[in-house]
Design a protein around this ligand. Structure first.
Ligand SMILES: [Fe+2]
Ligand SMILES: [Fe+2]
Length: 167
């Protein structure tokens, strides 16, 4: 049976989260192994993928759910809580990115680099893993179909394509 646009939406969400989870866990393994070379680049690229994903949610997907006008009070609170988490997760990611560069500038010993990055990476997992999980279990195909029509979902995707840099 052909996938509905709502199922495709949820599959996309799960796919991006799985990729981010995998990349963060690979980064933590590199830090564990004190692999300083290339880790700053891996972290910067992870942060930029995470930021893109959060931009899609915060600037296009969540506003489209709200604009469709069918949210229950639970949905309103759910989206507001996730928006707030995006801010904290982003701040932590940038902190980790800056700390990862400190070693290359000879500001930190490998031992201090490892300790600070393990702490920040652990905090980032602590915040982002439950965030991804609750989005996946709440923004299911069936629930998104309650919040918006297929036409509104398609309009949201078009809007994202056309106005990605404007918001
Ligand atoms: Fe999110
Ligand atoms: Fe997400």
């Amino acid at each position: 049976m052909k996938e509905t646009p709502f199922e495709a939406f949820h599959r996309g969400l799960v796919h991006v989260h799985a990729d981010l989870r995998g990349r963060l866990s690979a980064i933590l393994s590199r830090i564990e192994a004190s692999e300083t070379t290339g880790t700053d680049r891996a972290i910067a690229s992870f942060c930029s993928e995470l930021e893109n994903h959060h931009h899609a949610e915060a600037a296009f997907i969540f506003p489209a759910f709200r604009a469709a006008g069918r949210l229950r009070s639970f949905d309103v609170a759910f989206l507001d809580a996730r928006d707030a988490e995006h801010v904290d997760i982003h701040r932590l990611c940038l902190e980790m990115r800056d700390a990862s560069r400190a070693h290359r500038r000879d500001v930190l010993s490998t031992k201090a680099w490892r300790a600070s990055l393990l702490r920040l990476g652990g905090e980032l997992q602590y915040l982002s893993l439950p965030h991804f999980a609750i989005e996946e279990s709440t923004l299911t195909a069936a629930h998104v179909a309650e919040m918006m029509t297929a036409r509104e979902l398609a309009a949201m995707h078009r809007d994202m394509g056309r106005h990605w840099n404007d918001r």
